[in-house]
Design a protein around this ligand. Structure first.
Ligand code: GH3
Ligand code: MG
Ligand code: MG
Ligand code: MG
Length: 300
């Protein structure tokens, strides 16, 4: 709970002395990055994704307002917290900066103690926001995306697939005879086994846009954008084999003496007219077939 990773602060100021003073001030507590103009600020922000930017307003190439506007318009950098730090000391300057979406506004010449306190405050807010996002989107047991997060991403990817005419593959994974596993080895062992299966699924979904999620209970979802039926089935087959390779004993399974999974998948035909729910139902129907046909199989 109280492990604070070293947070990254980007100091953007065209004045070398300001950069140096702020940099030295922050260095003992944070990882500090420096930028001496607007373009460099945007470049460093995109490349290093700092937790907070101390942003000078008046810079020759691009003022801080424009930098902030551009940060906000790029989804990658849109959420980075910004504190303006400026010689413009009229109340309307300050109000304007805050209205634009800055977290705070510090007037130069600044007091070092106050700068440190405000930086610490806003970084704490950043940490709290991250924790809330995590709680809202990540399943606590498996650390995979939860169903809420999956639904959100599935809807986006489904629309993207429709627009682009690219395939979208979806698979449902269900652990075989998991009730017997719990009965035989106990619920805590069941939890550990489920976590191991989740790790295997998560490791397989490593391309951008891929997602492994916990749908509920001992059922996981694999979403593979821009993946055709052949490749997706191969991925699913890889997950099924990797679960066997975990070599988790399951003497009561009736399928194998090891823990196994069944997977049902479906691939969106971008030319067709099925909706997101129908693709999901198709994957579920294939999972049912995999179960009916003896389990430990991939059906597509
Ligand atoms: P099948 O091969 O048909 O899938 O059989 P099954 O026993 O796996 O299927 P069923 O859906 O009847 O039972 C799922 C079991 O998974 C029931 C429940 O006790 C167990 N389970 C679900 N979620 C968890 C969990 O988070 N931890 C543990 N340990 N067990 C869970
Ligand atoms: Mg300046
Ligand atoms: Mg189940
Ligand atoms: Mg099951």
């Amino acid at each position: 709970m109280n492990i604070v990773e070293n947070q990254k602060v980007l100091v953007a100021d065209d004045d070398a002395i300001n950069r140096e003073v702020l940099g030295e001030l922050l260095k003992p507590e944070y990882t500090v990055l420096l930028a001496r103009n607007g373009a460099q600020t945007l470049e460093r922000a995109t490349r290093h994704l700092p937790d907070l930017i101390l942003l000078d307003v008046m810079m020759p190439d691009m003022d801080g307002y424009e930098v902030l506007r551009r940060l906000r318009s790029d989804p990658q950098t849109a959420h980075i917290s910004v504190i303006f730090i400026s010689g413009l000391d009229r109340p309307e300057d300050e109000a304007n900066g805050l209205k634009m979406g800055a977290s705070d506004y510090i007037v130069k010449p600044f007091n070092q103690t106050v700068v440190m306190a405000r930086v610490a405050l806003h970084l704490q807010v950043v940490r709290q926001r991250r924790m809330l996002e995590r709680l809202a989107n990540i399943d606590g047991l498996t650390e995979l995306a939860n169903r809420r997060r999956f639904d959100e991403m599935y809807s986006l990817e489904w629309q993207r697939a429709r627009r682009s005419g690219r395939p979208l593959s979806l698979a449902l994974l269900d652990i075989d005879a998991f009730k017997q596993f719990n009965d035989r080895y106990g619920h805590p062992s069941g939890d550990r086994a489920l976590r191991s299966v989740a790790r295997v699924a998560g490791a397989a979904m490593r391309r951008p846009g891929d997602m492994a999620a916990r749908y509920g209970g001992e059922e996981l979802l694999l979403m593979m954008p821009e993946t055709d039926v052949f490749e997706a089935r191969r991925m699913a087959e890889g997950v099924r084999e990797a679960v066997i390779a975990l070599s988790i004993a399951h003497e009561a399974s009736g399928v194998a003496p090891l823990l196994t999974v069944s997977i049902g998948g479906a691939t969106l035909d971008p030319e067709g007219d099925e909706g997101p729910a129908e693709l999901f139902e198709a994957a579920d129907a294939q999972l049912y077939r995999a179960k009916q046909s003896g389990r430990n199989q991939v059906w597509w």
